[in-house]
Design a protein around this ligand. Structure first.
Ligand SMILES: NC(=O)c1ccc[n+]([C@@H]2O[C@H](COP(=O)([O-])OP(=O)(O)OC[C@H]3O[C@@H](n4cnc5c(N)ncnc54)[C@H](O)[C@@H]3O)[C@@H](O)[C@H]2O)c1
Length: 335
């Protein structure tokens, strides 16, 4: 077991992380290791990167390999699973729903089956604000109707549903974390957002600054202060910390639950463009295009539940800090 300085070994847990070579998973793995936990990563590298995972931690496996997952959990002595592995592109899910249901739903079912075989009783699941679809109002509480408007969001709802039954029937407890817009990068450097293709706002704005090629702002005629969409940007390390608190909650006997993970503050696309210009000292080249179908004007989390029940609070809620960390990573990657 890898223990780093200043960590109380009594609280060290054996955690299997799926999708740990991807963006949010790799930041969570780093934080888990920093806090003294013993981590094994499962990733098929379909979207993630070997360089995101510390030496010796990666098992190159697909979620569908139930037998290999179960035997890995047995060897490792896994106490809890954090499950990030999934396809994540909303637009792609509207063209190829079968891939999303196969990978995200069947993949999760295989993982859950492996957990049953290995006797692993706790799982933290990467869910999404997309489970709420186009909510009638914002901020969005966990009690809002679940009504996804694309197969990606639906695939996450289906896994949340399976988890409810796995608790009721098999006693596997779970926390579903419904993320808003994951953003930023580890302040220590070396990790950041490298989706391919990239669909997220901050890396696209930084790319526009670096290449001089304009980025498209989808709609500037919404009923918001400057006409552009409002989103809740949550720093990836704060998101990572929410997973660790969720594991502690479950390991301590806490009940299954669902939590939004967002700061509770929304920012428009134009505000983000200004933040990028302040941080980089350069103008963002952009054009305004039509609205994107299915884009709600505002998506902001009510995050009181996560704060009050799990004791979470964001360390990097300031937009400029989030952009600064993403910019540091973009520069380092280019160098
Ligand atoms: N990025 C966001 O803003 C956001 C928002 C809401 C929810 N989420 C959820 O968070 C999770 C992680 O997102 P991310 O941005 O880090 O994505 P990512 O694509 O960077 O990481 C996903 C990882 O899962 C791996 N993977 C995918 N299918 C696999 C399979 N069948 N077997 C093994 N490994 C597999 C990929 O190789 C990749 O490393 C996803 O479940 C996503 O739906 C992300």
């Amino acid at each position: 077991m890898l223990l780093q300085s200043g960590v109380d070994p009594v609280h060290s847990r054996k955690i299997l992380v799926t999708g740990g070579a991807g963006y949010i998973g790799s930041h969570t793995v780093r934080l888990l290791l920093k806090q003294g936990h013993d981590v094994v990563v499962v990733d098929n590298l379909s979207k993630g990167y070997r360089h995101n995972v510390p030496e010796g931690r990666l098992r190159e496996l697909d979620l569908t390999d139930t037998a290999a997952l179960a035997s890995l959990m047995g060897e490792h002595g896994t106490e809890a699973v954090i499950h990030f592995a999934a396809f994540i592109a909303v637009g792609e899910s509207m063209r190829e729903p079968e891939r999303y249901f196969a990978n995200n739903v069947s993949g999760s079912l295989s993982l859950l089956t492996a957990m049953l075989q290995a006797g692993v009783k706790h799982i933290v699941f990467s869910s999404t604000a997309a489970v709420y679809g186009n909510p009638a109002s914002s901020p969005i509480a966990e009690t809002f109707p679940i009504q996804p408007v694309n197969p990606y969001g639906e695939s996450k709802v289906m896994v949340e549903t399976m988890l409810r039954w796995f608790d009721q029937i098999h006693g596997v407890t779970s926390v579903c974390l419904r993320y808003f817009n994951a953003s930023g990068a580890d302040p220590d450097g070396g990790l950041g957002e490298e989706h391919e293709p990239e669909t997220h706002l901050i890396p696209l704005l930084l790319r526009a600054v670096m290449t001089g090629k304009p980025v498209t702002v989808f709609g500037a005629d919404y009923d918001t202060p400057d006409g552009t969409c409002i989103r809740d940007y949550i720093h990836v390390n704060d998101l990572a910390q929410a997973h660790i608190l969720a594991v502690e909650h479950l390991s301590g006997g806490g009940a299954s639950d669902q939590f939004n993970v967002g700061t509770g503050t929304g920012h428009t696309v134009m505000e983000m463009i200004h933040a990028v210009e302040t941080v980089t000292g350069k103008k963002v080249p952009y054009t305004v295009g039509p609205r994107r179908e299915g884009d709600p004007p505002g998506l902001v989390a009510a995050s009181d539940k996560l704060r009050s029940r799990l004791g979470w609070s964001p360390e990097f809620a300031d937009l400029r800090t989030i952009v600064q960390h993403a910019w540091n990573f973009a520069i380092a990657r280019k160098a």
